[in-house]
Design a binder for this molecule. Sequence first.
Ligand code: 4AD
Ligand code: MG
Length: 474
Amino acid sequence: VVDIKGGPDEGLDRLGQTLAVTGWVRTFRVQSSVTFIEVNDGSCLSNMQCVLGSDAEGYDQVESGSITNGASIWVQGVIATSQGSKQKVELKVNKIVVIGKSDPSYPIQKKRVSREFLRTKAHLRPRTNTFGAVARVRNALAYATHKFFQENGFVWVSSPIITSSDCEGAGEQFCVTTLIPSSREVSDSPVDGIPKTKDGRIDWSQDFFGKPAFLTVSGQLNAETYATALSDVYIFGPTFRAENSNTARHLAEFWMIEPELAFADLNDDMACATAYLQYVVRHVLDNCKEDMDFFNTWIEKGIIDRLSNVAEKDFVQLTYTDAVELLLRAKKKFEFPVKWGCDLQSEHERYLTEEAFSGCPVIVRDYPKEIKAFYMRQNDDGKTVAAMDMLVPRVGELIGGSQREERLEKLEDRLDELKLNKDSYWWYLDLRRYGSVPHAGFGLGFERLVQFATGIENIRDVIPFPRTPGSSEF
Ligand code: 4AD
Ligand code: MG
């Protein structure tokens, strides 16, 4: 359908051509002499309006009530001009086949349903306008991400999902049960897919890895190993955090984009983050016009202008110290008082980007070392580290990054200071022992990017199957 509707003349250039469409019935109207069926195949937001007379082959399926919302159908007909105001062309159907009937209990009926309700129907919600559009824009952002990095000479690297190191040291790791049955002698009837020994016991005494294992919170440390061999690399994969924060910006399972640049400092890192964001925003504005118009009308009025500005204008940069001063001078009353040394709360982040700098992305740099991870490079003042967070309107923190500590001694001192076990970082320290280089990188939460690009308020609505506290269905 996108080939027709998205064509140069919205299909008028294809008048008279025969076309077969497969898709799902969005709505239908049976009138005395003619039946209208709106079919959507997911290729775009638009439906194909199909018009059937009683002479169409398979019309008996209309009469028997087999055409209902949600049914899958195959229709064949001729492209003709439409009298309707919503489209230039429609399909004059000469043959219809119902492929899969839809039970009357189909929950996605025409009346508008809330996004909360649709979260309980995650298996069917991609059939709605909003979730179809989000899925296509999410896909476009992923494509643009690879395109940006590939065009700029970065190599895509996979980081492990199961790991025994905690990159962020924030204690938000999920522990993985890696125990396995000590005997593989399987009985005839495994219970729930779990093999039992012949005497019926399940003996979990053998540890697969021999030490605790976790789901990764960030692939950064692994990315650093490849950056110090291949120069610029990036990771794009799932990450997991057991943070018990039930907010509109946190997921327990989310995707992160993590470039790592060798022979680079914090300024290079911020320049890369800016160029990346501008590139992917421009990509969706240019390539997802129909879906972006939809978001502009129904989800966030003015999002297209907002994103166009982001794609063109310079971002604001300021130090953490200046940001704190600005917040202290603000007339606004914050729930959490601001003070040098405290992490910025989301109300502060949003004030900076939405009010102080009226909608422009803001990069805050040089944070106090106490509130940042062990691997960040210490600044000469002894108090701050070369960290940067990019804050954007509505979402707050979109990116967290830093220049990494490349000096072996400084890094070892910091690990000691934080009472972290140096032995378990032996391979990470080796990178500083053998040909260390200044390097920097960042992590961007992919779902927060999708929120930013679509205006969707809740992060649960921009990932197909959200994982949040107490919810892992589907
Ligand atoms: O700021 P964070 O914790 O940085 C890191 O993990 C670094 N190791 C990244 C790096 O330098 N390679 O996380 C990076 C970004 C955040 O800015 C945010 O956008 C996103 O990941 N993020 C989350 N997104 C959804 N749900 C969560 N629970 C998130 N936690 C972080
Ligand atoms: Mg962060």
